[in-house]
Design a protein. Structure first.
Length: 56
């Protein structure tokens, strides 16, 4: 299990620090990320979940 956690950490760092993110405008990234932080809340609601429309 420790090896798996170490690998997940390694890959998380590689993805989050990849040079690609320097080419993306930060505004849309933050706007897109904010609703994702609350997906689990919508899943608890009737008709909620990742495939629901959510707030516009």
């Amino acid at each position: 299990m420790a090896a798996l956690r170490a690998r997940v950490l390694e890959l998380s760092i590689a993805v989050s620090t990849h040079e690609f993110w320097g080419t993306v405008d930060a505004g849309p990234v933050v706007e897109a990320r904010m609703p994702l932080k609350h997906v689990h809340e919508r899943e608890d609601e009737p008709g909620g979940g990742p495939d629901s429309a959510g707030p516009a």
